[in-house]
Design a binder for this molecule. Structure first.
Ligand code: ADP
Length: 169
């Protein structure tokens, strides 16, 4: 039987921390579905779901057992619908733990057959988050080496242009 895992998230934007986890998880399962959550209830996203999916598809196109998808609604319903047995999540510092612990136990309550796997990215990415990347890029700092080149270009397009306009004005 094929072992499928789902790695859900907002990926807004995709960082090298996410890619590190995708590499580790795809080595453990027959197939990894990277699933972009479309109803986050969070603040206005930086990039549209379509753009995030396009970035993921481009960056991960050579990864044979990684599939890109989107979902809304209950994660466990989506996990069941793709025939997966596991959810992959990442843990950075202790700050992630409380929320992830609650989520994992709630998902277990909703569906006892699905296990949550927690992975740690490489040390270099321990303090890396999409939120921080956005903040740094917005303020004109370099995010080189923290995100894939495609994301770096999109951030430059978004924030660089705004800054240049401001400089002229
Ligand atoms: P969320 O919006 O729920 O935080 P993200 O799209 O930011 O989702 O991330 C999806 C998952 O990847 C989460 O489990 C998050 O903890 C994990 N993750 C993100 N960045 C890193 C990183 N640098 N190291 C380890 N895990 C990470």
């Amino acid at each position: 039987m094929k072992r499928i895992a789902v790695y859900p998230g907002s990926f807004d934007p995709l960082t090298n921390g996410h890619l590190d986890l995708i590499g580790r998880a795809s080595a453990l399962f027959d197939e990894l579905v990277v699933a972009v959550l479309t109803n986050t209830g969070k603040e206005e996203p930086l990039f549209s779901v379509e753009k995030r999916l396009a970035v993921l598809r481009e960056v991960l196109r050579s990864q044979r057992n990684v599939r890109i998808d989107q979902f809304e609604g209950l994660l466990v319903d989506y996990v069941r619908s793709v025939g997966a047995c596991a959810i992959v999540r990442g843990l950075r510092a202790i700050s992630d733990f409380e929320y992830e612990f609650q989520m994992a136990l709630m998902n277990r309550h909703l569906c006892g057959q699905v296990e949550t796997f927690f992975l740690m990215a490489g040390e270099a990415y321990t303090y890396l988050s999409s939120r921080l990347v956005k903040e740094v890029a917005q303020l004109g700092g370099s995010v080189h080496g923290l995100v894939p080149p495609q994301v770096e270009a999109l951030l430059e397009e978004r924030y660089g242009r705004a800054r240049r306009r401001k400089g002229k004005g």
